[in-house]
Write a protein that binds this ligand. Structure first.
Ligand SMILES: [Zn+2]
Length: 430
């Protein structure tokens, strides 16, 4: 075969290779040798060690504001609609909360929630999405984060462009001193964003986002450092004991695979398996991510009381106002929810209620449960047991033609929040 024939054959091979096959799954850097900054306390979720503690178990919700920086080229490649970005937010919520009925349901509910930022660093209202056109930045070249980053202490900054190397990456891990610098970021190949089940490629379910946000919250690959040491699983390998050791990344979606004397954890989001094959973080991974939020990203997330199963009373299901329903609440309208907390919180101790409104299509779990996803507005007011009360819908709160749910938690002054067993989210006098 002549050189020319070889060149043509090679060119055809490259042309025939889909874009996804030319990329690595993940371009997150390897951990660097220990430096002073990476040795910093606290060590419960350190760079090289892990020590799960009960205080990091998912006993309440973290809510993380996200800004998406969409970088396009001058041909318009790389454009992502708000719908696609909302789909990606949904995937993060499904996977980090193991939401019932979603592809992430088999995993662990880490009670970590994500929502597009509603106010920018200056406090102005925002969609949580920025659009920039720049041919260099689109190729993931140059420094786009200095001009584009929003305060990385307070926002998860996700950039989308074409990333020639891979599906996605994080610039570095949170213990390295990167938090608070403009460089702190998650980068996703724009074609890997959102739910795109028809495209038929391995990264088509938005799990690149799940994987990279896992890194952003301090998780390593399940195959990091190979098998590690089973007697020191918090100090070797991926620093997690309830993920089995794994010699190397798993590709595709095998029916079984083992490499370190146990089944490989190839359904774990931190492996390289196809999106459709991924469906879990383990409890210890969740514990580590929440430890990271407490110690290494302390200004990022708001905390909300645990309210996983908001609707426990009767009637069995929350009342939802669906698109087109004539009694959908109008912005500014007064509505009278009934609070039925008798079976969960003794009425006599309730003196404060927190109400969260979620004008999004919340997934419902099994009958009698409502898995809450994105509280957009929270109102705290005094409540006297047994007294009817009214909750004004804020004037700037648009719920017209949107599914609408509410949830509630209660506490006695100064006490800790407790779950109530739900609100009857019905508009009008009850
Ligand atoms: Zn990775």
């Amino acid at each position: 075969m002549s050189h020319r024939t070889l060149l043509i054959a090679f060119s055809l091979l490259v042309l025939a290779t889909p874009a996804w096959a030319q990329r690595k799954r993940c371009g997150t850097p390897e951990r660097a040798p220990i430096t002073a900054s990476t040795m910093a306390a606290p060590s419960d979720c350190g760079y090289w060690t892990n020590s799960p503690q009960p205080e990091y178990d998912p006993n309440f919700f973290y809510d993380i504001p996200v800004v998406f920086h969409v970088i396009q080229n001058t041909s318009g490649d790389g454009y992502l609609s708000a719908d696609i970005i909302n789909d990606q937010i949904d995937v993060l919520n499904e996977d980090f909360q193991a939401i019932a009925g979603s592809p992430g349901a088999p995993g662990t509910n880490g009670k970590i929630r994500f929502h597009l930022a509603t106010s920018d660093p200056q406090g102005n209202p925002t969609t949580g999405i920025t659009y920039t056109t720049n041919n260099t930045w689109y190729m993931d070249s140059g420094n786009y984060w200095d001009p584009l980053a929003w305060d990385t202490n307070r926002y998860l900054n996700i950039y989308t462009n074409v990333i020639p190397c891979c599906y996605g990456y994080v610039a570095d891990f949170p213990q390295t001193g990167i938090v608070g610098t403009t460089a702190d970021r998650v980068v996703l190949w724009w074609e890997a964003v959102g739910k795109n089940p028809t495209s038929g490629w391995p990264g088509n379910m938005g799990r690149t986002g799940t994987h990279e946000v896992g890194h952003y919250l301090g998780l390593y690959h399940t195959f990091d450092s190979g098998c590690g040491s089973s007697s020191n699983c918090y100090g070797t390998g991926d620093l997690i004991c309830d993920t089995n050791g794994e010699q190397s990344a798993t590709l595709g979606c095998p029916s079984s695979k083992s490499s370190c004397g146990n089944s490989d954890p190839f359904h774990n989001y931190m492996d390289y398996t196809d999106d459709a094959c991924l469906w879990e973080f383990t409890p210890e991974q969740v514990n580590r991510m929440r430890c990271i939020l407490e110690h290494w990203r302390p200004d990022l997330a708001q905390q909300f009381p645990a309210q996983e199963n908001v609707r426990l009373g009767s009637p069995a299901n929350p009342v939802a106002l669906l698109p087109g329903q004539t009694n959908a609440p109008l912005a500014g309208e007064i509505w009278d929810p009934k609070v039925d907390h008798s079976s969960f919180v003794p009425a006599a101790v309730v003196d404060v209620l927190l109400i969260s409104y979620s004008p999004v299509n919340l997934p419902q779990g099994a009958a009698g449960t409502l898995l809450c996803q994105r509280p957009f507005v929270a109102t705290i007011f005094n409540y006297s047991p047994g007294t009817p009360f009214q909750v004004p819908i804020p004037n700037n709160f648009s719920v017209i033609n949107a599914p609408f749910y509410a949830q509630a938690a209660s506490k006695q002054g100064g006490g800790s929040w407790q779950l109530t067993n739900g609100l009857d989210c019905v508009v009008g006098n009850q």
